[in-house]
Write a protein that binds this ligand. Structure first.
Ligand code: ZN
Ligand code: ZN
Length: 360
């Protein structure tokens, strides 16, 4: 089995599941300088009065259909009344003011070559903290657990709605990573079909299960845990820099055993996920000096008839500037080897873990 030590420079690697190609540099490269983003690093400034997601500005958004408040140690779920928003919240879920999909779309159906169907769906913004400067890289484990539990709750509810084939959950932090707001938030968007990348992964999983009797992500776990691309591992999860990373400093967080439903994660698993997320994202933030990033949940559809995949989280620090080869050909060029990424992010993530466990 090819492990880190045998790797030569100048390779063409393929993704674990698909035929996506990644070229790695034939020359030894210094890590590219990641560009800081002004707004995102200005953490110590006072809260911008213009932020519509900050506490006190609740009336500047649509009424929240889910609000979490903490009372005498217990979490209470509420929703806003029209013109009387809930105050003192710790998490707030509002309908997007610029939705990518809508419950009542206008476009009608048409066939190829001008294919069109109505973009039925719901688009929500989950404000993950009342603190304008607190995101997954620096929030408390307790708050992160609250966010993940609320996300489970919201996603479960959306699968009960009509015309929902998939619920996509993504986080964009920083303008260069296409964040809609400076205030940290998750976007939760329902789609009337499966996203192509999720479909590809689910197809590859089904093919591997049928032909080889093994889930391809379980095979990845077997080969990567404890190897040169592991960043951090906890009881239930492993964080790795994937073999054919398409983007610099990309990393994934994967359940160590075969899990297809994020919604069925136990409270213990959610706590462990919060820990590894906080440590790796906190480590990334320190190692790369608070880069903009995208975080994407690759989850199975919860529709029973749909193909399942071993769920995981993918993180892309800094929005990569894609060139013609990437945009037009689907061929990626990555200057930083995942083995080097695992070394750097691993060191910082272990440091975060020691700090958090030390505090407990
Ligand atoms: Zn804010
Ligand atoms: Zn699996």
């Amino acid at each position: 089995m090819l492990k880190g030590k045998d790797i030569q420079l100048g390779e063409l690697r393929k993704d674990y599941f698909t035929n996506r190609i990644v070229l790695t540099s034939s020359e030894k490269n210094e890590p590219p300088k990641l560009r800081k983003e002004d707004k995102h690093i200005a953490k110590k400034k006072s809260i911008e009065p213009k932020c519509s997601l900050c506490p006190g500005n609740e009336k500047k958004t649509k009424p929240a259909d889910m609000v979490l408040i903490q009372k005498e140690g217990a979490l209470i779920k509420m929703s806003d009344e029209e013109d009387d928003p809930v105050k003192g919240w710790i998490i707030r879920v509002i309908p997007s003011n610029k939705p990518a999909v809508t419950p009542t779309p206008e476009r009608a159906y048409s066939d190829r070559p001008l294919y069109s169907e109505p973009s039925h769906g719901h688009h929500y913004i989950m404000i993950t903290s009342p603190n304008h400067y607190e995101d997954f890289t620096n929030m408390s484990i307790e708050q992160l657990i609250n966010v993940l539990t609320s996300m489970q709750d919201k996603v479960r509810g959306l699968y009960g709605q009509k015309k929902v084939s998939y619920v996509a959950v993504v986080m964009n932090i920083g303008k260069e990573a296409s964040a809609k707001y400076d205030h940290p938030h998750l976007e939760i968007i329902t789609l009337p079909c499966l996203p192509p990348i999720i479909e590809q992964e689910a197809l590859a999983a089904q093919k591997s299960m049928n032909e080889l009797g093994i889930c391809p992500m379980c095979a990845v776990i077997n080969v990567e845990v404890g190897g040169p691309r592991q960043i951090l591992a906890t009881e239930n999860f492993a964080a790795i820099a994937p073999w054919a990373s398409s983007q610099s400093y990309e990393f994934w967080i994967i359940p160590k055993t075969h899990k297809t439903s994020f919604l069925k994660s136990t409270q213990k698993e959610i706590s462990d996920l919060a820990l590894i997320l906080r440590c790796t994202l906190g480590g990334m933030s320190r190692a790369l000096d608070t880069p903009p990033f995208n975080l994407v949940f690759h989850l199975s559809s919860e529709k029973k008839t749909t193909r399942q995949l071993h769920w995981h989280i993918e993180v892309y620090p800094q929005k990569s500037r894609l060139g013609g080869l990437e945009k037009g050909m689907g061929v990626y060029f990555n200057q930083i080897k995942p083995e080097q990424v695992a070394g750097e992010l691993g060191e910082y993530s272990r440091h975060e873990l020691a700090k958090i466990i030390g505090i407990k």
